[in-house]
Design a protein around this ligand. Structure first.
Ligand code: SF4
Ligand code: SF4
Length: 472
């Protein structure tokens, strides 16, 4: 058999003349010495030691000469889409209201906030009819994930409660086999009743956002009366931390960063640690202006090259203080909910959109749910669900394709003026830093000058990420 190098290898040096080869398609790693690297680069595969050759083949770093890896990606994608089509897991993002109780200075929701309506129990019943219409005799496993979103979803707490009660009842009656719920909330309206629901229903996570230490946050995230919200959000995060004990619940804190606040994030982390919030998950959100309701803060936005310096510093600061950060690149078959079957964002008027940021924008509406629970598709449904990054010129030749899958569509619209183009994920700028950061913690010996047998393959199987029903 003739072998060659995979087109999806990324190589970077570590200590002691050794290199890490990260294969984005298999999501695997091989550590190689300089000699092995040179043999691979010069395509002198037959001269590699047998043991290394076998490991590199297992890791997909070397492949049979006649293997078309782009076809592998296409086949895996088709299989994934086919399976998700025939064994439905329904992903609902429920926009319980377009209204919000805050007036954040950079808010991208813009005029959408004025779109009326709330999800009433009657409308929720219609949505559940629509959900159950996906079920057939061939689908014994039938799970539903509801992500409550807004505006501010807790402004329509009645709608959230009703949805949770009904999902629980459907689960108990055997109409659905599992359900999960999560919230993306500004955190200001969490109270003891919300916590009671977290404890008693299958709510698995809440994402809350801060914009920096109190003085910065309070200038950006303000209430309708113009007051800062930092203290209230912290109070409610502590309420959650102290009163939710179940292990299946995660409090995720997103900290938005831009050029004006990143240097003060360690100070915020110190504060959060001091008040007892260490241990929670932290992600850093990159403020961006990529949508029609865009803000005017482009000069404060980071570009990719800035991020490769700033993010490792912040990851370090967070983990040093006991917070959890996720930095590993992930394999995926679709980038997000946009092109995934059975993933719907539903607004209070039962209009359906494929993406969080498209809500309320008529040209991106993929359909509507009628009173009888039937879905009527718009032409944009086929544009969204038919997106295929493996045919985009830039993506076809891109080493990041298996971990990016064409990126965010809103980013494509901003860059290319249309959805069917690349919307590069930031992981293309920070893959090395993210991987290195992860490996340094998991395999510290790799980054020391200790003698270590070269050419090893690490046990580095990354689980498939739950496809984002989350904002990109
Ligand atoms: S969107 Fe950009 S990073 Fe992602 S696969 Fe396409 S070209 Fe590569
Ligand atoms: S990642 Fe982009 S396309 Fe996907 S849901 Fe988020 S904004 Fe929409």
């Amino acid at each position: 058999m003739i072998y060659t190098q995979s087109r999806y290898n990324l190589i970077f040096p570590i200590k002691g003349n050794r290199y890490i080869i990260y294969n984005t398609l298999k999501n695997s790693i091989v550590v190689a010495d300089e000699e092995a690297i040179n043999l691979i680069k010069e395509n002198r595969i037959n001269e590699l030691p047998q043991e290394f050759l076998e490991r590199a083949l297992n890791a997909g770093v070397l492949i049979p000469n006649d293997l078309d890896e782009l076809q592998v990606i296409r086949t895996q994608r088709k299989t994934f889409l086919y399976l998700s089509g025939s064994h439905p897991h329904i992903g609902l993002t429920l926009l319980t209201t377009y209204s919000c109780n805050l007036r954040c200075t950079y808010c991208y929701e813009g005029e959408r906030k004025n779109l009326g309506g709330i999800l009433t129990p009657e409308k929720i019943e219609t949505i559940l009819k629509f959900v159950l219409s996906h079920k057939t005799e061939k689908t014994p496993e039938f799970s539903v994930h509801v992500s409550f979103y807004g505006g501010e979803p807790l402004l329509n707490w009645h709608g959230c409660k009703y949805t949770l009660q009904r999902l629980d009842a459907l689960n108990n009656e055997g109409d659905i086999t599992k359900y999960f719920a999560s919230f993306t909330t500004n955190g200001t309206l969490i109270n003891r009743e919300v916590i009671e629901y977290v404890n008693n229903y299958n709510i698995t996570s809440m994402q809350i956002t801060l914009d920096g230490p109190k003085d910065i946050h309070d200038k950006k995230r303000i209430s309708a009366s113009g007051r800062g919200t930092f203290d209230k959000i912290i109070e409610n995060m502590l309420l959650l931390k102290e009163n939710v004990k179940k292990k299946t619940f995660y409090l995720n804190l997103r900290i938005n960063i831009d050029k004006t606040n990143y240097q003060r994030i360690p100070e915020l982390l110190d504060y959060l640690k001091d008040i007892g919030l260490s241990g929670i998950n932290i992600s850093f959100g990159i403020v961006r202006g990529n949508i029609p309701f865009s803000c005017n803060f482009h000069n404060t936005l980071f570009v990719g090259s800035d991020l490769s310096k700033v993010l490792p510093m912040l990851w370090e600061a967070a983990t040093e203080r006991g917070f959890k950060v996720q930095t590993r690149p992930n394999a995926r078959h679709v980038y997000c909910m946009y092109e995934k079957f059975h993933s719907y964002l539903i607004d209070p008027n039962l209009n359906v959109y494929p993406c969080w940021e498209m809500a309320g924008i008529e040209k991106y509406r993929i359909g509507k749910i009628s009173d009888n629970g039937k879905f009527k598709a718009n032409p944009f449904y086929y544009t969204a669900k038919g997106r295929d990054p493996t045919v985009f010129k830039e993506c076809k030749d891109c080493v990041f394709l298996p971990i990016c899958m064409g990126g965010c569509v809103m980013e494509s619209i901003r860059r290319n003026g249309h959805p069917n183009g690349p919307g590069c994920d930031i992981s293309r700028y920070i893959w090395k830093q993210g991987l290195e950061f992860y490996l340094k913690r998991k395999y510290p010996q790799l980054f020391k000058n200790e003698s270590l047998s070269s050419n090893i393959m690490l046990d580095f199987k990354i689980p498939e990420r739950r496809n984002k029903n989350a904002q990109g």
